[in-house]
Ligand binder design. Structure first.
Ligand code: ADP
Ligand code: MG
Length: 698
């Protein structure tokens, strides 16, 4: 239950004085979510991005031009417009000179009232020189001396949405701030006093009431405090969830090495140092009574699958079963095809289970899992449907985790009483983000690629040069190469200029005849498998596909990747796609075909792709190129959505929050100590209610 003290913040914004239905609708668009309207809390946490500084004051003649200034003058005259289209003008003067105030399409009566002749007025706005005269078009403020005495000279500027005026939003934020309750301090006072960080309410007020431009910057003590609050709430939530998972009936699974040694002997290559180290870490986790929660991070092509297989072998050695879950049907079958021969050589009994199995096959597999005659099962999320039960599931491996939600991850490990969990991802998430995405997991990294890989040559070509691209692909095919050709959409819509995979397929068929196949998400699964199988076996040389091939597909003989409309893909996605080639001995190429003119961001992406193959460098560049605005709204990529913390600026605080959260939960797992009530308040404030519910009496 949310502490009552917080209730005023969770009230709808419409309840605020001065927020009518029209403003409320705009606020919902700006700050609401599909399932809920904008609330007082959302307004309070809606931080300004810059300021308007009205503090520059000077005599009229001496005032700086082309910037916002505040002038004091006596109203000398009104110049009524010559016709309806002309503006209404009023002239103010002081002892140095005069300035014309210009009002287009304004209500003359209003202007005359606001600027009565002979009165002294303070006006603020952008001062310009026009036709030899000083003028101010639509001053933002026109006030008398009394009002000026209380007018803030530095105003916050907020992100807006259509139909919402800055002053209206500013007022709504102001009213919301008045509702801010007096909250207990949840932070460690020592940490805060040392750094001079203000309290929560004080920090919010400092940011909403800037005294100078620097006050809204992300590095001020107030902003750091707020970022830290949000980060601590998220890390505390993850630590509580993890604590629950680890503490709940962990069981040691001690591998003997007998089966994995046989699998290793059957491999056509030697493990890399990284693969070996990751396996050591995984086995140590399994042998310990704590439940494993480990992330295996390795760039595309770094060889995660074999690590998974050897980890599974270790789980079987320890007398349990293992499950490997892939995000798609294609991948589950590919893993099975690859793993089965190696596993069987070592005496491991392997089965595949997906949503598409024949009823009789599926029943047999389910029986085998129940009676323990199947050691390793490879499948899609069908593995975790209610009808599937295991005799003793000791290890769950999730491949390409970013396709699964975090919630799914939490439930699937429940299939085994004390199943260890290994999550594998090829998304090269920068270190700063790993924590936020995956929580406090242990991380193993495959940094080096298997030996013998050749660099991939990456080239960019404009779509106008398509004939050249096709000719180059033709030469490669004649030389025996296998080519992926990626198009972004399936059916051309009238409203876009995206080249459809189907059209491209037909066009390429004209060149390459029956050596081309088409594969996209809307095909029947059997047709898709057939196309993939032809490409893998070499019966086909060109595979025209949508991004279904993005994740995990492994055809080592493929050496050319063509990506059409490369400008439409994100950097991470381009990198994933390119990672489908360069896996064999042949020299590989990636052709980025783009439709110009390129925007700055897409140009930056393509340039980055040409410069490096390093997934971590690319991920960091991606973060930079996406910029702050997009980074905050990372919904699309499944990353958490922070309101106050900017991960590129506050990354260090994130590490710190993670350490503090881990310490807090280790010392006081139920948050029942002196700081407990305030920390629970923090969890609810940042809407980590699910984690708060894990606490007794929470
Ligand atoms: P990913 O990490 O992208 O899932 P895979 O597991 O699909 O990568 O491996 C990519 C390719 O590298 C596969 O063809 C695999 O057989 C091969 N591979 C894996 N480990 C090694 C190794 N140590 N030496 C040589 N080739 C390897
Ligand atoms: Mg893989």
């Amino acid at each position: 239950m949310r502490p009552e003290l917080l209730n005023p913040l969770f009230v709808e914004a419409t309840k605020l004085r001065g927020v009518g239905p029209k403003v409320a609708a705009a606020l919902d668009r700006l700050l609401g979510a599909p399932s809920r309207p904008a609330r007082v809390l959302d307004l309070v946490l809606h931080l300004p991005i810059s300021v308007v500084d009205r503090s520059t004051r000077a005599k009229i003649r001496e005032a700086p031009r082309d910037q916002v200034v505040t002038l004091e003058g006596r109203v000398r005259e009104h110049l009524a417009p010559a016709n309806v289209k002309a503006p209404f003008k009023a002239v103010i003067e002081d002892e140095t000179g005069d300035c014309t105030l210009v009002f287009f399409r304004s209500n003359a009566a209003w202007v005359e009232k606001a600027l009565p002749i002979g009165a002294t007025r303070f006006v603020s706005g952008r001062l310009e020189l026009w036709d030899g005269r000083l003028q101010m078009v639509h001053p933002d403020r026109v006030v008398d001396a009394e009002a000026f005495a209380t007018m803030p000279l530095v105003e916050p500027v907020y992100p807006l949405t259509e139909g919402l005026f800055p002053r209206v939003l500013g007022k709504a934020v102001e009213t919301a701030l008045e509702r801010l309750p007096d909250l207990p301090e949840w932070q460690d006072p020592n940490r805060f006093v040392l750094r001079g960080w203000p309290g929560f309410a004080e920090a919010l007020k400092a940011v909403h009431h800037p005294k100078k431009a620097g006050d809204v910057g992300a590095e001020t003590p107030a902003r750091q405090r707020l970022a830290y609050d949000e980060l601590l709430a998220s890390q505390l939530a993850l630590a509580l969830v993890r604590n629950r998972q680890v503490v709940d009936d962990g069981v040691p699974h001690v591998p003997t090495g007998a089966i994995s040694a046989k699998v290793e002997a059957a491999l056509p290559f030697r493990l890399t140092g990284g693969q070996r180290k990751a396996l050591d870490e995984i086995r140590a986790d399994m042998a310990s009574p704590r439940r494993m929660l480990r992330l295996l991070q390795g760039d595309v092509g770094s060889g995660k699958t074999v690590v998974a297989l050897l980890a599974a072998a270790s789980a079987v050695e320890a007398g349990t079963q293992a499950a490997l879950m892939a995000p798609t049907e294609i991948l589950a079958r590919q893993h099975h095809a690859r793993i089965a021969p190696l596993a069987e050589a070592a005496g491991l009994r392997v089965a595949v289970l997906t949503g598409r199995d024949k009823a009789s096959e599926r029943a047999a597999t389910q029986r085998g899992l129940e009676d323990g005659t199947i050691d390793l099962v490879i499948g899609t999320h069908a593995l975790f449907s209610e009808t599937v039960a295991f005799k003793d599931l000791g290890l769950v491996i999730v491949d390409e985790q970013h396709r699964f939600g975090v919630a799914q991850r939490l439930t699937l490990a429940e299939k085994g009483r004390a199943a260890e969990l290994l999550v594998m991802t090829a998304t090269p998430i920068p270190r700063t983000l790993v924590l936020t995405v995956f929580g406090d997991m242990d991380v193993s990294i495959l940094a080096e690629k298997p030996a013998g890989r050749q660099p991939i040559v990456t080239l960019a070509k404009p779509a106008d040069a398509m004939e050249e691209v096709v000719a180059a692909v033709g030469r490669a095919v004649a030389g025996g190469a296998r080519v992926y050709w990626v198009c972004p959409l399936v059916t051309e819509s009238e409203h876009t200029d995206l080249v459809a995979a189907e059209d491209r397929f037909r066009a390429l068929e004209a060149y390459f005849g029956d050596r081309v196949r088409l594969m996209h998400g809307q095909m029947k699964a059997a047709e898709r498998d057939a196309a993939m199988a032809d490409f893998a076996s070499g019966r086909a040389s060109v595979l025209v596909a949508t991004t279904v091939i993005e994740v995990g597909v492994d055809v080592p003989e493929a050496s050319v990747m063509v990506i059409e409309h490369a400008e439409r893909f994100g950097l991470a996605q381009l990198h994933q796609l390119r990672g489908r080639v360069g896996r064999g001995a042949a020299k590989s190429f990636c052709l980025l075909v783009y439709k110009g003119p390129l925007g700055k961001t897409s140009e930056g992406r393509i340039e980055m792709m040409k410069q490096t193959e390093d997934g971590f460098l690319i991920a960091e560049a991606d973060l930079r190129l996406r910029g702050e605005g997009e980074l905050i709204g990372t919904k699309q990529s499944g990353l958490p959505d922070f309101k106050l913390a900017l991960l590129d600026v506050h990354g260090k605080l994130l590490e710190e929050a993670r350490r503090e959260a881990a310490g807090l939960v280790a010392d006081d797992p139920n948050l029942s100590g002196p700081r407990g009530p305030a920390l629970r308040m923090l969890l609810h404030l940042f809407e980590r209610d699910a984690a708060a519910r894990l606490l007794q009496g929470g």
